[in-house]
Each structure stands twice: as structure tokens, then as C-alpha cells.
Ligand binder design. Sequence first.
Ligand SMILES: C[S@@+](CC[C@H](N)C(=O)[O-])C[C@H]1O[C@@H](n2cnc3c(N)ncnc32)[C@H](O)[C@@H]1O
Length: 285
Amino acid sequence: MKNKIVIGDARNMRELEGESIQLVVTSPPYFNVKNYGKVDGNIGSINNYFEYLRAVERVFEECFRVLEPGRFACVNISDIISGGRKFPIPAHYVYLLERMGFDYRDDIIWKKPSGVGAGVCAGGAAKRFGVFIQHPYPMYYFPNNIYEHVLIFRKGKFDYKSVSDARKHRDKIDIETAKRYWNCDIWELVPEIKNQYTADTHPAMFPEKLPENLIRLFTYRGETVLDPFLGSGTTMKAAWGLGRRSVGYEINEAYLPLIKRKVGFSNKFFEVKKRGGFEWKNLAK
Ligand SMILES: C[S@@+](CC[C@H](N)C(=O)[O-])C[C@H]1O[C@@H](n2cnc3c(N)ncnc32)[C@H](O)[C@@H]1O
């Protein structure tokens, strides 16, 4: 099977058979705080919070359908502050995904180093302390976002006996790497620089190390990783680099050149299906 890029709405992943995917790694649109392009069906443009959650729920229902039993879905998301209100998006995701049948397994914190992006001494935190400096009194503590979540879900129990000793041996994880990076559920990763790609760029890429870690931890070589919100193609790039196959959905066709460049697109190993935008209304449900 070739790696597949589908330009279309991930609320309907009809290209994928049930239980055909071994891992989901993704970073959904963070409610309506970023501009992912004015495209029909872009979940990031929905400005009613509960409608946004319903739309995301549809995508994860599809993820649940296509995921093999026992396998994992890893979701990078954070709280959002918008219009003076803090939206507990990760908490609501846990509720929605558990309700549809996923087991909630872990919450890895992606900590951004101080001084980078939303680090402790930068960005929003500076705003919080700006308020404190002006009003150093009780009741002037304001909400903030200085880290993100990587929520880990599993679809039922994994059958460990289904993997041969030879496969286990081939993809064995180096214990020193595990100690260094995965001993603790706080991962310090430098955020991706937005305009690393000049001609066309993406406003919300995650660092490649994030999907890379998850792919190493939750798949064997030759298995297939799905990213229903492909963006610039980071998950696909990481999967390809680690000898895994991948499928990615992205609603905004404008990101296709960026995805192709990032993954090193070739017709031999990748294919693109352009399906068009909004598909929600066509769903039977
Ligand atoms: C946070 S970004 C993902 C960024 C990605 N992790 C990366 O590293 O480049 C979310 C992406 O979801 C896309 N998106 C929004 N609604 C969608 C939908 N209904 N189906 C598929 N993709 C959608 C947006 O266009 C945006 O590129």
C-alpha cells in the first residue's frame, strides 16, 4: 500500500477500511484561534464551542472505526483562551473519546522550553505577570497556557501475543533512549518555527519529535499511522522516516505543496486523492 494523502473532510474517512490502522497521531484545530484557511468544512473555523466539539467527535468516531482493536490514538491539544474565556478542550476530549469507547490511558505534558513560544518567561505568561505588576493584589491571577497535552487513548486491550519475537526483537527500543526521553510524562520539546517554509507555511505545526516518539512507542515497522488533521504533513514525515506507512487527511488543498515537500513526495511511494471539501451533510448519521 502506498502512503495516502486525502484532501478532504476527515469526518468521513471512507477510503479506509475498519480496523486497518495501527496508530492515530494528530493535532486537531484548536477551536477558532488560528486561521487554517477559509475552506468549507474547516473545523478550525467553527466559532461555536459545542459545534466545534461535535465536529471533532465525528472525526474521532471515524478514528475509532478504522483503528485496530488494542491500538492507540494520541491527541495533541491544549486549553484555549478566547474572548476572555478559557476553554478546557483536553478535558472535553477525554469525555467525548471515552464515551465513544476509547480507554483514557495517559496525559503527556508537552512543555515548551522557557523563552521559546509559550515558555514560562514568554508569551502569555508575560501577560499574566504584566497584570500582577500593575495590580500586585489578590484576585489578579489570570488564566494562561504554557504547555500542551498529548492525550493517549486505547481501543480495548492489546493482544501482546499477536507480535512475534522476531518483530519485537527488530523494533526493540533502546533502554537508554527510553530512560532519557520517556521515563517521565513531561516531554520538553522546542516548538516548530512557523516560517521555516517560506513560500507556503502552516500556522500550527508540531515538532517532528512529537509524532516520532509516539510512533516508536506504539507501532512496529510496516504498520500504518493515521493523521486525520495532517496540516503540513509532520506525522507522515516522521512515519516515513521510521519505516511505517501512513495516511493523512487535510481539508485545505493549499497545504498540499508543503506536505509534498516535507515528506519528499514521489509517485512511487505516495498517492494523493482530492475529494473536495465539506462532507458532513453526506453522512448517514
Ligand atoms: C493543528 S493543524 C495540524 C498541524 C500538523 N500537526 C502539523 O504538524 O503540520 C490542524 C489541521 O486540520 C485541518 N482541518 C481542519 N478541519 C479539517 C477537516 N474537517 N478534515 C481534515 N482536516 C481538517 C486544518 O486545515 C489544519 O491544517
